[in-house]
Design a protein around this ligand. Sequence first.
Ligand code: ADP
Ligand code: ASP
Ligand code: MG
Length: 444
Amino acid sequence: MKILKFGGTSVGSVENLLKVKEILASDQEQKIVVCSAMSGVTDQLVRLVENIKFGDAEAITRNLHRLESKHSDVIDVLIEDVEVRNLLKDGLSSMITEMFDISSQEYSEVINSRIITFGETLLTYIFSGFLNANGLSNVLLDAKEFMYVDSVENPNIENVRKKLNDVLNATVQSSIYITQGFVCRDEHGQISHLKRGGSDYTSTIIGAALNASEVQIWTDIDGLHNNDPRYVENTQPIAHLTYNEAAELAYFGAKILHPQTVSPVVGMDIPVLLKNTFDPEAQGTVISNKTYKKGLKAISAKDGITAIKIKSNRMLMAHGYLRRIFEVFDNFNTSIDMITTSEIAISLTIDDTSNLDKIVKEIENYAEITVEQDHSIICIVGESVINDKNSYRLFEILNYIPVRMVSYGGSNNNISILVDTKDKIPTLKFLNEKLFHTPEVVIV
Ligand code: ADP
Ligand code: ASP
Ligand code: MG
């Protein structure tokens, strides 16, 4: 069994859906196909939730009509058979009616999740119907019946395995199953989601649950590149990455992968392939536990970082001081990304500021604390990158850009620097030139 995941752009138009059909038809192995919503749809649903919050009935109606006509247009162009077309349109309008009903209820987290996961429900329904009418017989699985993810950070794969096997045993056998990415149920059985970009994570959770032979993530680019192609020209795809490298890059901002994508399959030896829907022959990236090449591989950037400096003269020789500080962050469920210390001060970074006020209030009792927002962590990644004889060059950045923090040696595979977000793009460009386009130093 293989798992194939198709992202928003891949399923974002009739033309692209036809490309996905070709990819599915070219491989006979039994598969589960995980689909995202059409590109732009989840953003639209997030706006719909805002309308619900404000009780803006007019905007809700406008929004839902736009959603219906977008999907209805796809059915019109995609489906030739009139009967199938009408059937799918009836199904679509029942779903829109259901969305109207949900939208009239009072806002809550569950209403939010029910609405924002509807894009996947709409798209998989149409795509499954289209494939069935066009020679690719498949079974549509409702992810809400098996994606029981008690903790998004640490899902109980065994639970998903059991539920998914029950669902598979209860349906007719098929060589293609289609299901929705992103949606899940939480520990109370309520509809929830795996955070934005979460369909990647759905595919590896299913891959781990079924011990799949591989997970393929199909997107709009030919694999993971050595720098962020949205900001830097001349980036190159990387043929092989280890799970560690991919996890670091995803966690530290490489948008091509949801931050937790690789965690379910690490240790299971299930390769994750990143492939381009628009150039299926391109090699792409294989993520596995094999190290083909050590040293520098790629650079990524994570925005929305808050730097916190905690200063106290009492730190001088005071054991237990760091524990006390970390306890505060722990008590407020806030994880720390980077840390540097001096004798009397500690600087650290967080990305979740929802409890920041409380943390500051607590620490102010015994230390001076300053908070700086709008920073970015720039991460230089590769197995054993600190031993790469060229990695010293990254420190030339100090000549050009004010660097707020440096983290070196925390792991052999990651060097991180913290800069003001306004300096992110120049930093990425500079590092690209220095690390990937300047001839290697030969030490004799
Ligand atoms: P999908 O909708 O298929 O999930 P995403 O938009 O989430 O696709 O991810 C693909 C995009 O990630 C690419 O189009 C690219 O702009 C962006 N991206 C950011 N960093 C990288 C990187 N290091 N390598 C490849 N793509 C990246
Ligand atoms: N549709 C969801 C999002 O836009 C999930 C995904 O695409 O992976 O975040
Ligand atoms: Mg994505």
